[in-house]
Write a protein that binds this ligand. Structure first.
Ligand code: F3S
Ligand code: F3S
Ligand code: ZN
Length: 355
């Protein structure tokens, strides 16, 4: 998630421990508390029914355990009979009550005896946990209640609250039942190639004889990753960004948007309404600030240091963004585009940076 757990490891507050939430030794731990009451049995059953479509669900006392499994295949051997396969899983725990705690603990790899060869296990588990959490928040009454809290306390509109929720949950799987269709969030969503927000996580079939490890989700009817639930394409509201946080950056932003301002030598494609709506920064190397969750993979991946952190306090998706301040230095290796989990970056060769 996304932005909610961007720092990945959280301190356990004493009030949390009192609720019986304890990190296990050697497990990596993520916790997020949502100010929403979830005590009503019917509401709890509604949460379970929505999540059952895509995940394995267990219940115990005041907890709902949501598990996602995935398969890893090691095809590094040239002999198919030597290929290895392992099934891994990650569980996110929802602790119901006067507030909702959402917790996950990443088990050590040794927990899965046949999976010692799996590479990048922790980051895959982390990514899958975030996908579950985003799915929980986006598709159940928990997210709805959170929205109502913003509307009441921060006096924002339903539409703004929905947009914020979508910005916070870019990895959500769209689930069918869930909740009433969100209000028009402004945007022509589907004009881009199916954007996969977890490039290293969702891999295609193994190409035999190739030296690689692949990972496949082995969950249920796998709803298409990251495609917006079907909603009518609404007329864009003037203050909402014309790109979808769930579907990745709008690759046609140069025709769909207008330049709102300049920023450290690059254009900003609007609309901009600080601090909630920040637009797309850059042209040849474009970063949708409203989708960026400060993952940082692009900053690390870029061989020529195109990006620089820029603080964006108060933005719902993250409080800093990868700003393409040196886009004219780009050598078009495309690494940043590939590694960005929410698909917030579009690199276009042959476009003048300041065009
Ligand atoms: Fe860097 Fe991305 Fe260009 S990684 S070189 S900004 S394509
Ligand atoms: Fe943001 Fe994606 Fe980079 S989330 S920090 S643009 S990897
Ligand atoms: Zn900028």
């Amino acid at each position: 998630m996304s932005s909610l757990l961007e720092d990945k490891v959280y301190m356990v507050l004493s009030e949390t421990a009192k609720r019986g939430v304890y990190p296990l030794h050697a497990y990596r731990y993520g916790l997020f508390r949502i100010p929403a009451e979830l005590n009503d049995k019917k509401e709890i059953q509604g949460v379970i029914a929505a999540l059952k479509q895509a995940f394995k669900i267990d219940e115990f006392a005041d907890r709902i355990y949501v598990t996602s499994k995935w398969k890893e295949t090691d095809v590094t051997s040239s002999k198919p009979q030597d290929w290895k396969e392992a099934e891994l899983e990650i569980t996110v725990e929802i602790v119901t009550g006067d507030v909702v705690d959402i917790i996950y603990q990443i088990k050590p790899l040794e927990y899965f005896p046949d999976a010692y060869w799996v590479k990048n296990y922790r980051s895959k588990a982390d990514q899958n946990a975030k996908m579950i959490i985003d799915s929980i928040i986006r598709n159940t009454i928990i997210g709805e209640k959170w929205k109502q809290e913003w509307i009441k306390k921060q006096k924002i509109s339903e539409q703004e609250a929905q947009k914020r929720l979508e910005g916070l949950t870019p990895l959500a799987k769209p689930l069918a039942v869930a909740k009433p269709a969100p209000p028009p969030a402004a945007k022509p969503v589907a004009q881009q190639p199916a954007a996969t927000p977890q490039p290293q996580v969702q891999a295609a079939k193994p190409a035999p004889q190739q030296q690689q490890q692949v990972q496949k989700q082995v969950e249920k009817p796998a709803p298409q990753p990251q495609v917006q639930p079907q909603k009518p394409a609404p007329a864009p509201a003037p203050t909402a960004a014309p790109s979808s946080s769930a579907g990745g950056i709008d690759i046609n932003f140069r025709s769909n948007r207008q330049i709102a301002e300049d920023h450290f030598g690059h254009h900003v494609w609007g609309p901009v309404n600080t601090p909630d709506l920040l637009g797309i920064h850059g042209t040849a190397v474009a970063v949708d600030f409203d989708i960026c969750i400060a993952d940082g993979a692009c900053v690390e991946a870029c061989p020529v240091n195109v990006f620089e952190w820029f603080a964006t306090p108060g933005h719902p998706a993250s409080e800093k963004k990868a700003d393409p301040t040196r886009e004219s230095e780009c050598i078009f290796c495309m690494a940043c585009e590939v590694v960005c989990p929410p698909v917030a970056i579009k690199v276009t060769q042959g476009v003048h940076p300041f065009a």
